[in-house]
Design a protein around this ligand. Structure first.
Ligand code: FES
Ligand SMILES: [Fe+2]
Length: 458
């Protein structure tokens, strides 16, 4: 078991609650120190990143034996690779001799990783293959075996999504994923021949706390005002965007889901005029293909609504517009690295592939009509909350997330334009990180779903 640091009473100034939830007053607010404090950030790394399944990458990023990527999770440099026998592996990217970062390339293909410092070399399945001057070491196979590259203790794969955990005692991946596993499977079923990531990654660094990125993805409320340029563009092309009949779901375990019916079109699933007539005919044929392969009900569940899935703590799956996988890596309390991959159907025509990429970059790409707005929004939050950090006036250092509580209290399913998905994320976060909370009354336990696509397993 990875050692846990003891829970310290980190909270608002004076040790007060960081989350204030009151179902009589219909109030839910988060103390802004939760986004700011370096000590709390370190506690998140200790208690979340060191003890939870983390999304590492997709197995299609490593199509050939010997392929590797280097990646950092929870601050730990890792090697994500496919060994010469085809097995997907994750190693700590640290030479077992004296700890040097072993592989200093971001990606490539190799049979061996050689350390530049004293030239020890490791096979892509982790064995110590060569060390210069080995006559100065014990003539004992046990010595070499003890110097094998250290594997990350746990690695499991669901629908090609590769997760790792630094704590060997975490429950199985499917237990961790819970209801979220179903939504990953829905996306994976889109293509008759499966899905694959495209080569290349969009990597950008945001001057904001990682939880602001989660909030932003689970926040349908900001869509129309923040992305009004994009909404205007869609209207001009003849597509009416609506917030009606769109819902937010608490999937448990900190995972969240937005199901969006009127958001905008989606390649191969929901046609809109900007996709062109050729894509219109293909969308109709695609629906028939899915219905015959999967049945009418499942095909409808996959095709009829866009989805944004958050898998606690670091994976976002955008099954909207096109398909995008996004990974969050917290760097500091006020800094987050983001990686994003385009996810496509295996075997789709080149023209569709081109349309998909164009659609993706025009919206959720780092230069698109949505993502720069979102980044500016959460960087602006990070800048703004410095203004209210004032122990002499603590009453104004809170962020409000109460939208939709009155609706939920009446037993209605939360809407995507409310803030229920954020509330469930923050509740789980507080329980894992072990910070003080103040709760008055109980949240409604079984809301009646009126949405088109009620999550399984509720
Ligand atoms: S630290 Fe890697 S070979 Fe010495
Ligand atoms: Fe947005």
């Amino acid at each position: 078991m990875v050692q846990q640091t003891p829970v310290r009473p980190l909270g608002a100034p004076g040790g007060g609650a960081l989350i204030d939830e009151d179902w009589e007053a219909l109030r839910f607010r988060v103390h802004r120190s939760a986004y700011r404090e370096p000590e709390l950030f370190q506690q998140e790394i200790d208690r979340i990143w060191n003890h939870t399944w983390l999304y590492l990458g997709h197995e299609t990023e490593l199509p050939r034996p010997g392929d590797f990527k280097t990646r950092t999770l929870g601050g730990r440099p890792l090697i994500f690779c496919r060994d010469s026998d085809g097995e997907v592996r994750a190693f700590f990217n640290s030479c077992t001799h004296r700890g040097t970062v072993l592989c200093r390339h971001s990606e490539g293909n190799t049979k061996f990783f050689q350390c530049f410092y004293h030239a020890w070399a490791f096979s892509n399945s982790g064995e110590l293959a060569a060390l210069p001057g080995d006559d100065a070491y014990p003539d004992d196979p046990g010595f070499r075996a003890s110097m094998a590259l250290r594997q990350v203790p746990r690695l499991q794969i669901h629908e090609g999504f590769v997760f790792v955990a630094f704590d060997p005692d975490v429950p199985d991946l499917l237990t961790h994923l819970g209801a979220a596993a179903h939504y990953m499977s829905l996306t994976a079923k889109i293509g008759p021949h499966g899905l694959t990531t495209l080569p290349g990654v969009q990597l950008y660094s945001v001057k904001g706390n990682w939880k602001l990125a989660v909030e932003n993805a689970m926040d349908g409320y900001h869509f129309a005002p923040t992305h009004n340029t994009f909404v205007g563009y869609l209207r001009e092309t003849g597509f009416a965007v609506t917030d009606d009949d769109q819902y937010a779901y608490d999937l448990g375990g900190g995972h969240g889901l937005l199901v969006l019916t009127g958001h905008n079109g989606r390649i191969g699933m929901v046609w809109e005029p900007r996709f062109g007539d050729e894509e219109k005919a293909r969308t109709t044929a695609k629906r028939q293909e899915m219905e015959s392969r999967l049945g009418t009900e499942l095909a409808g569940e996959i095709a009829d609504a866009s989805r944004i899935l958050f898998v606690f703590p670091n994976l976002l799956l955008f099954d909207l517009e096109a398909l995008t996988i996004r990974q969050l890596e917290p760097v500091a309390a006020d800094r987050t690295d983001v990686r994003a991959w385009q996810f496509v159907e295996v075997g789709e025509p080149e023209s569709v592939r081109a349309l998909r990429i164009k659609t993706m970059v025009s919206f959720v790409g780092p230069g698109g009509l949505a993502t720069p707005d979102d980044i500016e929004a959460y960087e602006a939050v990070q800048r703004g909350i410095v203004a209210t950090a004032n122990p002499a006036d603590p009453a104004h250092d809170w962020s409000d997330m109460s939208r939709g509580m009155a609706n939920e209290k009446q037993g209605n399913q939360g809407r995507s334009i409310d803030e229920g998905a954020m509330r469930s994320f923050w509740r789980h976060w507080a329980s894992v990180v072990g910070v003080p909370t103040s709760v008055a009354g109980a949240p409604p336990t079984v809301p009646s779903a009126t949405g088109p696509s009620r999550p399984k397993g509720e």
